[in-house]
Design a protein around this ligand. Structure first.
Ligand code: DX5
Ligand code: ZN
Length: 217
């Protein structure tokens, strides 16, 4: 079954507990947490303290997406804050292989993200060390951007690589995902869909989540 990972970047932070309860009630498996540093991306979000506090609100899988330079400096803190899966950007560190191994050592699922301009071929020598590959289908930094259709081809290409070399690795797609493209993404090979504005922009995020789930059935 496809994993849905609501991105709370798009939620109202003054009512974050309600937003989390809504997507949990809607049956979301993961809670996607976008960490931005104002350097790797032109936006700033939150650090480990907020995640540690959110951890008390839900047993959902915490799926952290680090859009920060030098992610190796912060992963231990995010793990200690309660992140189960930690994904960093290939473009943000020269030592991705080492960091992937370290993430598994500290008990996290190890994820590697690629921006729209980064080819899938660059994952060839680290795919065995990945528990997740996250394909960005927008330029990272903001919720509510338009989906870049080239992501379909990248997911297909990645599906072939993953099936051959590491079938347990999850393929996650992030950016501009909605009821309009969810089914095509799953058919292309996606296992997990991050959804921000498409859920939290709706009056009833839980109902929209169930609608997306029904479209995928
Ligand atoms: C963007 C983030 C996404 C974002 C997705 O940099 O990585 O997770 O919140 O939001 P939507 O689904 O609105 O594009
Ligand atoms: Zn994200």
């Amino acid at each position: 079954m496809t994993i849905i990972a609501p991105s709370i970047l798009a939620a109202d932070f003054a009512r974050i507990d309600e937003a989390i309860a809504a997507v949990q009630a809607g049956g979301a498996e993961y809670l996607h947490l976008d960490v931005m540093d104002g350097r790797f991306v032109p936006n700033i979000t939150w650090g480990p303290k907020i995640i540690e506090d959110l951890r008390k609100l839900t047993p959902m899988v915490f799926d952290a997406h680090l859009m920060v330079v030098e992610p190796e400096r912060y992963v231990d803190d995010f793990r200690a804050a309660g992140c189960d899966r930690i994904t960093f950007h290939l473009e943000a560190t020269p030592h991705a292989q080492r960091l992937l191994v370290h993430l598994r050592d500290i008990g996290a699922k190890a994820g590697l993200a690629i921006c729209p301009q980064t080819p899938v071929a660059l994952l060839q020598d680290v795919i065995e060390e990945c528990d997740t590959v996250l394909v960005m289908s927008v330029n990272p930094g903001f919720s509510g951007q338009a989906f870049i259709p080239r992501a379909f081809e990248k997911v297909r290409e990645l599906r072939a690589l993953v099936d051959l070399r590491n079938p347990a690795c999850l393929i996650e797609v992030d950016g501009g995902v909605s009821a309009q493209n969810a089914r095509d993404l799953v058919e292309a090979g996606a296992d997990a869909l991050v959804m921000g504005a498409a859920l939290f922009g709706k009056e009833d995020p839980a109902a929209e989540l169930r609608r997306v789930r029904a479209l995928l059935a």
